[in-house]
Design a protein around this ligand. Structure first.
Ligand code: FE2
Ligand code: FE2
Length: 319
């Protein structure tokens, strides 16, 4: 079933969200999902979002009985056992060398076409669809923030870590929600029970609220579990992108749901983190709710995104 969703008048919300630009809607967003009915369409923070995913469940419902539920839980079990402070340090050093391959952002988008994210209970579409759906949905609502469009396009490119030419890392080291290491595992982290088997859980220094960190130290000083977020952040930063700090923050922490959804670990943030978190929360609505059976005409939008890549990443990238 195809439904047309009219965009609401959201001027009041735009003021509330500060730097949002004046919005004009060129097209209505068309969602084509067999489970979505008009009564399922809810308004959330200025974005019209379906409240069920393409499996007919609530978004991010980790207890729903779906064909993917077992796969998702097993991924988190392994993630919580194997992601330790030392593991993350090793991965950052290894992948920070950027000695795997040279390619452009768009080449990477195409490469990602083969990847399906096992951690995602909402989607089993090729990743390039998700990238373009997210970017195009944001572009409609924030037409002047071109950095945000590009951020959306590239936010998941780090999932190439799953491919053999990037080391073929297991899903638990690439996808799923992220969390800090070196301090206590917050109860809000999905499938928290599996941390019992993590070696870090036995280290007293790592199990207080601040752990090895100082309050307000800034997230840049906090080690976060290894995956596609941090990898793409390293790639963008080391290749000297001119994306603003908020764009890099979104890329680096978009899977950090304990922070941006549950409000955990905010005591580790500094002023810049707090500013950037506002943008991450805006971005997250699109990252989450634009996942549906919408098809984007790749050839039609490609020239626009190539121009943004040229602007923010003028050279071929090292990965
Ligand atoms: Fe992601
Ligand atoms: Fe995403």
């Amino acid at each position: 079933m195809t439904i047309l969703i009219s965009q609401p008048d959201r001027r009041g919300e735009e003021e509330e969200e500060g730097r949002r630009s004046t919005t004009t809607f060129v097209d209505d967003l068309v969602l084509d999902g067999g489970f979505v009915t008009p009564k399922d369409v809810v308004k959330e923070g200025g974005f019209v979002a379906p409240d069920i995913n393409s499996y007919g469940n609530s978004f991010r419902d980790y207890d729903a009985e779906t064909e993917r539920q077992k796969t998702v839980e097993e991924l988190y079990r392994l993630n919580h056992i194997h992601q330790t402070y030392d593991f993350v340090k090793t991965m950052r050093e290894e992948y920070g060398k950027l000695d795997k391959i040279e390619m452009s952002i768009w080449e990477c988008c195409e490469l990602l076409n083969d990847v399906v994210d096992d951690s995602d209970p909402d989607l089993d579409e090729p990743q390039i669809e998700h990238l373009l759906q997210t970017a195009e949905a944001i572009r409609k609502d924030y037409p002047d923030e071109d950095w945000l469009h590009l951020t959306a396009l590239i936010h998941d490119l780090g999932k190439v870590l799953l491919l053999p030419s990037f080391g073929g890392l297991p899903q638990w080291a690439v996808v799923g929600d992220t969390h800090p290491l070196g301090c206590a595992f917050d109860e809000s982290i999905v499938h928290h029970k599996y941390f019992k088997e993590n070696p870090d859980a036995q280290k007293p220094d790592y199990n207080t609220k601040c752990g090895i960190y100082q309050e307000g130290c800034g997230l840049n000083n906090v080690l976060i579990s290894w995956g596609h977020d941090d990898y793409m952040y390293l790639v963008a930063k080391e290749n000297k992108t001119t994306l603003p700090s908020a764009g890099l923050f979104i890329i680096r922490y978009h899977s950090f749901y304990p922070l941006h959804k549950s409000g955990a670990y905010t005591h580790l943030m500094n002023e810049e983190d707090r500013d950037n978190l506002k943008w991450l929360k805006i971005f997250n609505k699109y990252d989450l709710y634009s996942k549906s059976k919408v098809r984007v005409d790749v050839d039609k939008v490609k020239p626009y995104y190539l121009s943004l890549i040229n602007k923010y990443f003028p050279d071929k990238l090292r990965w």
